[in-house]
Design a protein around this ligand. Structure first.
Ligand SMILES: N[C@@H](CCC(=O)N[C@@H](CS)C(=O)NCC(=O)O)C(=O)O
Length: 206
């Protein structure tokens, strides 16, 4: 297998999703942190024109985006048949949880970006209620969603993304999720995985 480089940030929920996938599937890679997210030079982001992380670089060049990267890591793994990627399940709750989790991830990025620009209200009036409604929905449906996943899975995109999303809120102090007990219990359990422990959020430094 070729050498892999992951361009990302240890403080990024999207990056953590890919690192948990890599850990769980036994993929080794060199981590290249982006220390300054204010820079507008694509080479600093593994040549991602969107100036976003994560990016996976292999012998075929850069691959942009967490979902793509998880798909590629799964493709390379001998355990691929036991991995549930986004869209693999036709169950309505799983599909909705995938969609809403990704929406929550993107909304939080918008929040953080606005906050860094000096005013969290710059995101517009719908983002906060929309995020609250999503988290409420996910909290209410997490039990049935997990039950709808194949019991012999080693990993699912929706679980990894949800774990990374819910644990990111307190890390970045974006919203208070302590009221959402079902999500809290899920994160406590998922957080016991070695892959979760090995990828705890932190800010990279030079
Ligand atoms: N669609 C991308 C989104 C990635 C993304 O938004 N990454 C954040 C880090 S968590 C980022 O690069 N933010 C910097 C910015 O938007 O300037 C993916 O799925 O990977």
């Amino acid at each position: 297998m070729s050498q892999l480089t992951l361009v990302g940030r240890s403080s990024s929920h999207y990056t953590r999703v890919t690192r948990i996938f890599a850990h769980e599937l036994g993929a080794t890679y060199t981590f290249r942190p982006v220390l300054d997210m204010a820079t507008i030079d694509a080479p600093n982001y593994g040549d991602n024109p969107a100036l976003k992380v994560p990016v996976l670089i292999d012998e075929r060049g850069p691959l942009f985006g967490a979902e793509n990267i998880c798909r590629e890591l799964t493709r390379r793994s001998s355990r691929a048949s036991k991995v549930v990627l986004r869209g693999d399940s036709s169950h309505r709750l799983v599909a909705n949880a995938e969609e809403l989790t990704l929406h929550a991830m993107a909304s939080e990025v918008a929040f953080i970006t606005a906050k860094l620009a000096g005013d969290a209200r710059l995101v517009g009036p719908k983002v906060s209620p929309s995020l609250d409604h999503c988290i409420r929905y996910l909290d209410q449906n997490i039990g049935e969603t997990l039950a709808a996943l194949p019991s012999d899975r080693v990993l699912s995109f929706v679980e990894v993304a949800l774990f990374c999303t819910v644990t990111h809120f307190p890390f970045r102090q974006t919203i208070d999720v302590s009221a959402w007990k079902n999500l809290g219990a899920f994160c406590t359990e998922f957080g016991q995985r070695e892959s979760a422990r090995a990828t705890e959020y932190r800010f990279d430094s030079a």
